[in-house]
Design a protein. Structure first.
Length: 307
């Protein structure tokens, strides 16, 4: 569906932002919710059952944000490692709370079967501001690269580095929202001095696999499980979802490493990025959180069956 832009451009059209424009953008950002109350306290409570890892701290504008991950308490070196990440884009709420839901309700099912590593909110500053970027107007999910300019991305890469070669699965939990088209894509065009080209927001859940390692059976197993919770996004009139060819119901592929996306950081056999649509009149916040947790369970089950 088409969404009208609401973002007011900053700076001179056709000219990329400099320090003044970035400062103006930052001045517009407002805190809407509390990472401490809504995320960190839940993680600390769950730490009664998991090992807590504070894998970094971000300092922004006099505020400190601890970066928190939980690991299986019964960690065994002979078991495969499953990485779950959420909140790489802080505004994508069900990515965060779907990861927490998985830990609360389902993680115990994998004790003795897999090692779990879950980072539920990679971008806490953006979670509070309901934004896609960090305060430097950088998208963490295009910044999983060497010498990353995003502290959020660099910290997560340091967390997983000691486990390279042991990951069987990485599932990264995201949303596609109406604000992608009304705010964040227009802001991106303004930031980069480019013309905004309107697109369409798909109505429903879909997955983004890896062009170089698509794993179609794995992707389809996740889609089929989530279809029991919420509806799957159809292809548009061009056979695409967000400008990419639909390769199977609810599945598109991106070159993950080339784009610096989070799901590229482990080299796991099975990787995918979920995309829930929370603005649909056919989905509730509870359904979105459940869809994310269901996707994680389906992904782990498939990976274990085919390990």
């Amino acid at each position: 569906m088409s969404i009208a832009p609401t973002f007011q451009p900053i700076g001179t059209p056709g000219v990329a932002w400099g320090p003044e424009e970035r400062a103006e953008w930052l001045s517009r950002q407002v805190r809407h919710r509390s990472y401490r109350d809504e995320v960190a306290r839940v993680v600390e409570r769950l730490a009664e059952r998991f090992d807590l890892d504070t894998y970094g701290r971000l300092e922004y504008g006099g505020e400190t944000y601890p970066l928190l991950a939980l690991r299986s308490r019964d960690w065994r070196d002979d078991l495969p490692v499953m990485l779950v990440t959420g909140g790489v884009h802080g505004y994508e709420t069900s990515g965060v709370h779907g990861a927490l839901r998985f830990l609360e309700l389902h993680a115990a099912d994998y004790a003795g079967r897999a090692n779990l590593l879950v980072a539920p909110c990679v971008s806490p500053w953006a979670y509070e501001r309901i934004h896609r970027w960090n305060p430097d107007a950088i998208d963490p999910n295009r910044s999983f690269v060497a010498d990353s300019p995003a502290g959020e991305s660099a910290a997560l890469m340091r967390l997983v580095e000691p486990l390279q070669g042991r990951f069987l699965l990485h599932i990264d939990l995201h949303e596609t929202t109406d604000s992608d088209e009304s705010e964040f894509r227009p802001a991106l065009a303004s930031r980069d001095g480019k013309r905004f080209e309107p697109g369409e927001i798909p109505d429903g859940f879909y997955l983004v696999g890896d062009t170089t390692n698509p794993q179609p059976e794995f992707q389809q197993a996740v889609v089929e499980a989530v279809a029991r919770v919420t509806h799957i996004a159809p292809a548009d009139a061009n056979g695409e979802i967000i400008g990419s060819t639909v390769v199977a119901p609810g599945v598109i592929n991106y070159p993950l490493r080339q784009l610096g996306l989070c799901a590229s950081i482990t080299g796991a056999r099975y990787t995918t990025t979920t995309e829930v649509y929370p603005d649909s009149p056919r989905a509730t916040p509870e359904q979105c959180n459940e869809a994310q947790a269901t996707a994680v369970c389906a992904a782990i089950e498939h990976a274990l069956r085919h390990a």
